[in-house]
Every structure is written in structure tokens, then in C-alpha cells.
Ligand binder design. Sequence first.
Ligand SMILES: [Zn+2]
Length: 298
Amino acid sequence: MADRSAESAEVRRFWQRLGLPGLMDVHTHFMPERVLRKVWSYFDALGPLTGGVEWPITYRAQEDERARLLRDFGVRAFTAMLYPHKPGMAQWLNGWAADFARRTPDCLHTSTLFPEPGVEAYVRGAVEAGARVFKAHVQVGAYDPADELLDGAWGLLAEAGIPVVIHCGSGPAPGKHTGPEPVARVLARHPRLRLVVAHMGMPEYEDFLSLAERYGEVRLDTTMAFTDFSERLAPFPRRALPRLAGLGDRILLGSDFPNIPYPYLHQLRALERLELGDEWLRGVCHHNAARLFGLPGH
Ligand SMILES: [Zn+2]
């Protein structure tokens, strides 16, 4: 990977100017090496779920190098977003993620799930083993999040107050069960479930903002939203900016590192240029997630 020290210095200047102790990034990808390689080849080959858009991965490097770079950026805590695309895979991923969290203390122990028999039991096991956050990928998994098989797991996670980062918007390409409607059915049954809608719900931004306005535990992550890349494909509607301001305590910085087609700093600049103010940026880039995950210094 290229020398990133100049970029690291600029990222640090971004949060130092805001008087923050660093960044909190709720949406970064770490997964077993051979799975990550597959994801990268998928992006390289412009697989259909990328929306057919050219997607050069900026941070293609060894795992330890990637974690080190996040630390150089001043990311105090990050996640290991991983997800199965078929049954029988989630538990294996969860085992890997538990081990990764053990050897990576600044990674919030992440787990995942899939609608399959036994899901409630392995989700309970992961929670007991210390999972702090879950990832659900409705697009890649191609399942209905309101599937009855998941009902017990959602109930358990709602009860435990554990956030679930969920890719449920129809970007960059729609899936059979993406969009606000299936998630609305989950929330109708589990109104206290701490769903973190990934990518601001792109491209159904406004429908997902409505869900967050309706349900006090719903949050959104900024992953890839507002960047030049996403604005070209799915522009965030200007008229919804006041609603972003209104939800300022429930919007969380996410980046999709390392699978992004531009430098990390661009995500931060993309938030800054919304001109919602420094207080908003402080919440989004650090305080909101620090509060959610009980980290000191907020
Ligand atoms: Zn992602």
C-alpha cells in the first residue's frame, strides 16, 4: 500500500480542529482473508451488486497494515463488518470475529446473523461472548429481515440494546428485500431494536430518515453517503438537510474502509461540506458512537 503518512496527518488535523479525542468509525470491514479477497475480486469484476460502477479499492493491504492505518488516522474504535451470503456461514464468521476482536482491542467485537434454524442460539452465544455490534446485510444475504426465523434474534438484540448495522437500502443495486418496507415491519414488532441503517439508507434516504424520526433507537451511518462517488449515483436530496440536522445525535460516522474507491479523508470532507456545523460534526464523527458504545471522552 502507498505511503499514507500525509493522508494520516490530514485526517488527524480534521478531528483535532474539532477538539475531538479521535474518530469513531462504526462501519469498517475486517473478515477472514479469503472472504475479503473474494469481496475485492467481486468489486474488481464489477459484480452486479456494485451497480456495475467502477470501484477501485483504495486500501488493499494486509490486515495488520489496515488496522494500523486506522490507528494512524486516529480512529479510536472501529468494527469488523462481516456477513454471510448463505446459510451455515454466520457461526464460522462469528468465531473468526471473536478471535479478531481478542487480538484487536480497538475493534468493537462484531457478529452477524442469517435467517436459519439455530440463529437465536448462536446470536445469544455471541452476545454472551461479548459481541458489541452486529451486521446484517439484506442485499448480499438476499433475505427478508422480517423473516420469522429472525424474530427471536431481533427480540434478544433489542432486549440487550446491541446495535445492528443493517445494509437495507437499495443502493448501489436493489435486492429482493431491500428498501424501507421490510425494515419497517421489523421495527413494528421490535420498536426498541437499535438498528443502524447503513449508507444513510441510500438511495431511499428520506424513507429511512422517517423511520429514524419515528423510532428513537434507529440510527443511520454515513458510510459512503455525501461523497462525490455516491452523489453521482444517488444524490442526497438537499431538502432533507434539516432532517439530518434534527437527527444529529443519531447519525454515526461510517466509512466502508478499506473497500472504498477514494481516500478516507474524502468521507470526512463530504460531511464537513454539508455545512451543518462543528457541533453536528463532533456528534457524528465521535460523540454519538462513543455514547452508544460506552466509550469514555464524550
Ligand atoms: Zn460496508
